[in-house]
Design a binder for this molecule. Structure first.
Ligand SMILES: O=C(O)c1ccc(O)c(O)c1
Ligand SMILES: [Mg+2]
Length: 610
C-alpha cells in the first residue's frame, strides 16, 4: 500500500524531513502547517521538490478549532479555511485535516456542528478539496471516533469524511471509552484518511501521552494489527500514514528515524498478510555464539575468567585474532582485532535457514555490515543492530561451510566442568535514543516477541528493561537503558552488558567456579535477610543461596536462580542462571542489588561503613 509519514514525526527543517522520508522509501507525506510556515520555500517549490523526490502530499494538517459557538469566530474560521484551500492548491494536495475542537467555544450541539462542517464541505468542494474530520481524544465535545462519525454522517456532504488515528481510538479504548468494533462498518468512501501510531500503555493525561510518547507501530503496546485490519476491512485503500509525536524522534537524525518508521510499516503490513511480504522468520535454534571485542588487558582478564568458569579455549580463527571458548553449547569469541573498547560486539543466532534470515533482515532494512574474509572461510551474513552490535545468521550444525570451520580446533574438550549448557540470554545496554528502535528491530528482523517490560530504581537512576524472545525461549535478548538521559554523576563507564549461561544445577556450578577461582560477585547479607523475610524459603535453601551468593526470584511459572561475575574488562560481566519450571523473566527484581554490588566491587575498599 501507499506508505506515508507526517512531517511531525521527524526532526529538522521541512527540507530535511522530505529528503529523509523519500530516502527511506515513503511515497507520501502529511505536511504539518508549522513546518510549511517556517520553510523558506514557496508552496510551489515544496511541491516541485516533492515531485522530484517521488513524494505525494497526502494531507495538509491540522486545521484546529474550526467549529465555534461564536458566529463571528466561525465566520473568521471560514475565511481562514478559504486561504488554506488556496495554499493547498499551490501545494498540490487535496485533503485537509480538521481535528475536533479542544477550545472553550466548541459547538456542543451535534446538529449545529454538522451544519458548520457541511458549510466547510461546500467551501472545500468549490476548491476541489476534501475535509477529513478527526476526533482528538481530548476534544472538548467530540472525543471518540464514533462521535466524529455521527457528525460526518449527519453532515452528509461528499467533500467531508473521516480521518481515523489509531492513537486517539486505542488510547480511549484502553479506558473502555470506545472500541474498534464498529470501524469495519464505516463505508470506505467516507474514510478519507488513516493515521497510525503506537504507544506504551501509560496512565496519564491523554494529551501529554499523545504529544510526547507516541511510537511507531510495533514499538509500543497497542494492537495496531487489529486496528489496521478493521480499517482495511472497510475497503479503505488510501495511505497508511504514520503520525508519531515523540520527544526522542523529534531530535533524532531524521534519515535514521525514517528508516525505523518504514521498518514499522513493513512489519505491520506483514502482520496483516499483505503482499509483498518479507521472507517469514526461520525458526531459531539458539545462539551460535556471542562475540566480545577485547583489548589486550581485557583479553587476558576475560580468558582467565572463562577458564575459571569451566570454559575451554577450543579454537583459533584461521585469519583473525579471534579465540573460540566453549562449554557445552555455550560459545564465546574473544576478538582482539577490532578497535573497539571491551563490549559485546556480535550476537550470532542459529537459524534453520541463514539465507532466509539474511533475506528477511534485508527486506526489513537492516543495514548490512561489510566483512573481510579469508579464502575458504564461511560467507556469513551480518547486519548491524541499532546500537552497532553485529547480528550474524549461522547454522552451527552445518559442518562443511559453517562458521566453526573458520577456526582451527585446538583439540581441547568442550565438556562442561562447571555444568554450563548454553547461552540463556544476552543483555545489551541500549543507548537512550535507540531503545524503541532496538525493540522493533529485533522483533521484526528475528521474529521475536517483546515481553517483560519493567522499570526499576537502580543506584544511578531509573532503568527500563524489555526482553525480546522467540516462542520456545531459545533466543532471549534483554534490552535495558535509562528512563531519562544518563546524568553526569553516574560512573564514567558505559552500562555493562552481559552474557548469561544456563546451568541445570546452579549451586554445583557456583561451587565449581569458586574452586577454580572465578571472580564471582559478592552479595550483601541484607539481601538474604530480606529474602528470608519475604519468601519463606526453607532454611537449607536459604543457606545454600547465601553460601553460593546466588540470587533468587520467582513468578507464576516457576523459580529463578542466578549469580554474576565481577565486571571484566571495564564493560562486561557473565551471569549463570537456572530456570525452574516455566519462569519467564530475568531476575530484574534483583538487578539493583547486583548493580550496587558491581559498584562496590569497582571502588577502592571503603571499610565497614562505620
Ligand atoms: O496533538 C495534536 O494537536 C494533534 C494534531 C493533529 C492530529 O492528527 C493529531 O492526532 C493530534
Ligand atoms: Mg492524528
Amino acid at each position: 500500500m501507499h506508505k506515508g509519514i507526517a512531517t511531525v514525526c521527524l526532526s529538522g527543517t521541512l527540507e530535511d524531513k522530505l529528503d529523509a522520508a523519500a530516502a527511506a522509501g515513503f511515497s507520501g507525506v502529511e505536511i504539518f502547517e508549522n513546518d510549511l510556515i517556517a520553510s523558506a520555500w514557496s508552496p510551489e517549490q515544496v511541491r516541485a521538490h516533492c515531485d522530484r523526490l517521488g513524494l505525494s502530499i497526502d494531507l495538509y494538517q491540522p486545521f484546529r478549532d474550526f467549529d465555534s459557538s461564536d458566529s463571528d469566530t466561525f465566520r473568521r474560521n471560514l475565511r481562514r479555511a478559504d486561504r488554506k484551500f488556496d495554499l493547498m492548491r499551490r501545494l498540490g494536495t487535496d485533503t485537509v485535516l480538521v481535528c475536533s475542537s479542544a477550545s472553550a467555544d466548541a459547538v456542543d450541539d451535534d446538529e449545529v456542528l454538522a451544519e458548520q462542517l457541511r458549510t466547510l464541505g461546500d467551501r472545500a468542494a468549490e476548491h476541489g478539496m476534501r475535509v477529513a474530520y478527526e476526533a482528538l481524544a481530548w476534544g472538548r465535545v467530540v472525543d471518540t471516533w464514533e462521535h466524529s462519525w455521527e457528525i460526518v454522517r449527519r453532515a452528509d456532504h461528499p467533500a467531508l469524511g473521516l480521518c481515523l488515528d489509531s492513537f486517539h481510538v486505542l488510547s480511549r479504548a484502553q479506558g473502555g471509552g470506545t472500541s474498534i468494533d464498529g470501524i469495519a462498518r464505516i463505508p470506505a468512501g467516507k474514510l478519507f484518511f488513516l493515521q497510525l501510531a503506537d504507544a506504551p500503555h501509560l496512565n496519564m493525561d491523554v494529551l501529554q501521552w499523545s504529544r510526547h510518547h507516541r511510537l511507531f507501530p510495533g514499538q509500543g503496546s497497542f494492537d495496531l494489527s487489529a486496528f489496521t485490519g478493521a480499517v482495511l476491512a472497510t475497503g479503505y485503500d488510501g495511505p497508511l500514514s504514520l503520525e508519531v509525536f515523540n520527544d526522542v524522534y523529534r531530535q533524532a537524525e531524521p534519515g535514521r528515524a525514517a528508516v525505523d518508521a518504514m521498518r514499522s510499516l513493513i512489519a505491520l503490513e506483514e502482520s496483516l498478510g499483505r503482499e509483498p511480504a518479507p521472507p517469514r522468520p526461520p525458526e531459531l535454534t539458539g545462539y551460535a555464539f556471542t562475540e566480545l571485542a577485547v583489548d589486550s588487558p581485557s583479553e587476558h582478564q576475560l580468558s582467565r575468567a572463562l577458564a575459571a568458569m569451566g570454559f575451554a579455549h577450543v579454537g583459533q580463527h584461521r585469519s583473525k585474532p579471534v579465540q573460540l571458548w566453549q562449554q557445552g553449547d555455550a560459545r564465546v569469541l574473544l576478538n582482539s582485532g577490532t578497535e573497539q573498547a571491551t563490549t559485546v560486539s556480535a550476537l550470532a543466532v542459529d537459524t534453520v535457514d541463514p539465507v532466509a534470515s539474511a533475506a528477511r533482515a534485508e527486506a526489513l532494512l537492516a543495514p548490512p555490515v561489510p566483512r573481510t574474509r579469508g579464502a575458504a572461510e564461511a560467507d556469513l551474513s551480518v547486519v548491524a543492530a541499532p546500537d552497532g552490535t553485529s547480528l550474524f545468521f549461522c547454522r552451527t550444525e552445518a559442518a562443511e561451510d559453517g562458521w566453526m570451520s573458520d577456526f582451527i580446533l585446538t583439540g581441547a574438550g568442550s565438556d562442561a566442568p562447571a555444568g554450563l549448557r548454553h547461552i540463556d540470554h544476552v543483555a545489551l545496554a541500549q543507548p537512550f535514543d535507540y531503545f524503541d528502535e532496538a525493540t522493533l528491530f529485533y522483533r521484526a528482523v528475528l521474529g521475536l516477541t517483546p515481553r517483560h517490560d519493567a522499570e526499576f530504581a537502580a543506584p544511578f537512576g531509573l532503568v527500563r528493561n524489555r526482553a525480546v524472545v522467540d516462542a520456545p525461549g531459545r533466543v532471549r535478548i534483554a534490552l535495558h537503558g535509562t528512563v531519562l538521559r544518563r546524568g553526569d554523576w553516574a560512573p564514567g563507564v558505559p552500562d555493562p552488558q552481559h552474557i548469561a549461561f544456563a546451568s541445570d544445577d546452579i549451586f554445583a556450578s557456583a561451587r565449581a567456579m569458586r574452586e577454580r577461582g572465578a571472580p564471582l560477585l559478592p552479595v550483601p547479607e541484607n539481601y538474604y535477610d530480606d529474602l528470608d523475610a519475604r519468601t519463606e524459603l526453607s532454611p537449607d535453601l536459604l543457606a545454600a543461596l547465601r553460601e553460593c551468593r546466588v540470587l533468587y526470584d520467582r513468578d507464576a511459572g516457576g523459580e529463578f536462580f542466578h549469580f554474576h561475575t565481577e565486571v571484566l574488562g571495564g564493560r562486561v560481566f557473565f551471569e549463570v542462571v537456572q530456570r525452574v519450571g516455566a519462569y519467564g523473566g530475568y531476575g530484574v527484581a534483583n538487578a539493583p542489588v547486583r548493580m550496587a554490588a558491581h559498584r562496590a566491587a569497582r571502588l577502592p575498599a571503603r571499610g565497614s561503613g562505620r
